[in-house]
Design a binder for this molecule. Structure first.
Ligand code: IMP
Ligand code: MG
Length: 174
């Protein structure tokens, strides 16, 4: 069984969307310091490109949470595989995630980070698939709203492949 990748958003489209999101965050935060929490591995490209465009003082930290195996369907389990290095008590936190699918990862993280005493917790995702949302979660910053298709590239993977593509593409199974 093989698969081919059909381009959905070009590298240029992704770059300009990230610039828009960063401009919005800069406006909203009014120069207040921010801790960017990048959710590994999928959000790594996005978080770096976004952070470069933020104008307030920025600290970057990383978490790895798993809800998926190698397939394309949620297992329903959530596990913290790598936790933050620094305390976020009293900090303005922005969680940067690749995609909102069921919404479980971001819903869990928003509550978890609030429980740890963050001053504010906002969520930012490059992509969102509303047709697949299963839980209610308010994501303040969303790049692209997409139909129910499995996408890869720009950090997103299918069975750990295709993260390095500079664009976002749809996986077509043949
Ligand atoms: P959620 O908790 O169901 O919202 O799952 C979010 C996670 O599922 C993301 O961080 C991705 O790792 C993975 N995921 C969901 N949809 C896709 C997709 O279309 N391509 C690649 N990964 C996806
Ligand atoms: Mg992921």
């Amino acid at each position: 069984m093989g698969e081919t990748i059909r381009e959905m958003y070009t590298e240029e489209q992704v770059t300009s969307k990230i610039a828009e999101l960063a401009a919005q965050i800069n406006e909203d935060m009014k120069g207040e310091p921010v801790t960017i929490i990048c959710i590994l591995k999928g959000a790594s490209f996005f978080a770096c490109d976004l952070a470069k465009r933020l104008t307030m003082p920025v600290v970057m930290d990383f978490m790895m949470v798993s809800s998926y195996g190698d397939g394309t369907v949620s297992s329903g389990n959530l596990r913290v595989k790598k936790d933050l290095e620094e305390s976020i008590e009293g900090k303005n936190v922005i969680v940067v995630e690749d995609i909102v699918d069921s919404g479980r990862t971001l819903k869990y993280l928003k509550q978890d980070l609030k429980d740890r005493g963050a001053k504010s917790v906002k969520l930012c995702a490059l992509l969102s698939k509303p047709a697949r949302h299963e839980v209610e979660v308010d994501v303040e910053y969303i790049g692209f709203v997409i139909p129910d298709e499995f996408v890869v590239g720009y950090g997103l993977d299918y069975a750990q492949k295709y993260r390095n593509l500079p664009y976002i593409g749809v996986v077509e199974f043949d």
